[in-house]
Design a protein around this ligand. Structure first.
Ligand code: AK6
Length: 345
């Protein structure tokens, strides 16, 4: 049986998956009511929150010593969430695994997305370790352009992830509605992606699965990277072993060919994203023909429509380089004329 409460380190490589980090996650629960201040979702919550004693907590920072020695429990008791703490609202659409619901934390009124995963399904699909890895990575991430994982809990046969609610839903839906975005809008999203990726790469996390389906929008249209199913922490293990699944459209040549890859995969995907935002579909898409998509990626067989500006086309081309080291860096992206034209810092 899948025991998320018994995440024991199996090897030195896996040590980060020990209870030390889980404590950190649970710990981040305490920050949940605090987040309400910058999350304007649900006015109903705000009032309840203001008088919430939880607000006064110090976010329960674990002392350095306790963080290192995983046997030491933090002095402050940590809130363990359970289903009864939430009022469950409407379903929020079904992801690959599990179903998310709008939910409201009863004591604070804080609005979240509660994602429910069946343990049996995780075991059968052999993705328990992927989930554990993801929870560990997420426990270290706090950024306005990255969907927050506030915590998790479980019952006999399900795991619940307490996720940030992105009020405007998927970027993909927005793109489908508008067919394609103006270059100014695309630049705005790319700038937010650069912010998020700079933060992630600084923590040695590479995302590897950037695409509109995985990008969410906050109440004010802020972009939030919303799914970390395929992210890895670099330098921890061999990054070639993961089986590829889903669409190839966003995969760089080195991943298509199953070679070693690094953070530069995210720069390739950023180029694909920019193309898709401006043109409405990814550049190497080949309806139902995976082999063709493969060879088009490897040959960088790209057609940029004539309505695309010279600057935008130049940025796309400079990101979609076969050789990972030839791609523009995140910093260079922000200094590119296309970005300078639309983003005024
Ligand atoms: C939906 C909305 C919010 C929330 C940080 C599962 C996994 C094996 C995530 C996950 C972290 C982990 C997982 C998923 C997400 C989402 C939409 C996004 O399931 N991991 C099994 C291995 C790994 O985020 N994120 O699933 S759910 C949400 C909606 C709909 C409208 N607004 N706001």
């Amino acid at each position: 049986m899948f025991r998320i409460d018994k995440m024991k380190a199996k090897s030195s490589v896996d040590r980060t998956a020990s209870s030390g980090h889980i404590t950190k996650i649970t710990n981040s629960n305490k920050a949940l009511p605090l987040k309400l201040l910058d999350n304007k979702v649900g006015n109903l919550g705000n009032r309840a929150f203001r008088s919430n004693p939880l607000k006064q907590t110090t976010q329960g920072k674990i002392p350095e010593t306790a963080r290192r020695k995983r046997s030491i429990e933090p002095k402050v008791p940590i809130k363990q969430w359970c289903l009864k703490d939430f009022e469950i609202g409407k379903p929020l659409g079904k992801g690959n695994f599990g179903q998310a619901f709008l939910a409201r934390e009863k004591a604070s009124g804080f609005i979240v997305a509660l994602k429910m995963l069946y343990k049996e399904e995780l075991v059968m699909s052999n993705i328990e370790n992927q989930l554990k890895r993801e929870i560990n990575i997420q426990s270290q991430l706090k950024h306005p352009n990255i969907l927050r994982l506030y915590g998790f809990f479980h019952d006999a046969d399900r795991i619940f992830l307490i996720l940030e609610f992105a009020a405007k839903g998927e970027l993909f839906a927005e793109l489908q509605k508008h067919k394609r975005f103006s270059e100014a809008e695309a630049a705005k999203y790319v700038a937010q992606m650069v912010n998020a990726l700079t933060y992630l790469h600084g923590k040695r996390v590479i995302h590897r699965d950037i695409k509109p389906e995985n990008l969410m929008l906050g109440l004010n249209g802020e972009l939030k990277i919303g799914d970390f199913g395929w992210s890895v922490k670099t330098g921890v293990s061999d990054n070639r072993r993961s089986t590829l699944c889903g669409t190839l459209d966003y995969l760089p040549p080195e991943m298509v060919e199953g070679r070693v890859h690094d953070k530069n995969v995210d720069l390739w995907s950023l180029g694909i994203l920019l193309y898709e935002l401006i043109c409405g579909s990814p550049p190497f898409e080949s309806e139902g023909n995976e082999d063709l998509t493969y060879s088009r990626i490897l040959g960088i067989d790209i057609h940029i429509p004539s309505y695309v500006s010279k600057d935008a086309a130049d940025l796309i081309t400079k990101l979609l380089k076969y050789s990972a080291n030839d791609r523009l860096s995140l910093k260079e992206v922000m200094h590119h004329p296309f970005m300078k034209k639309h983003i005024h810092l």
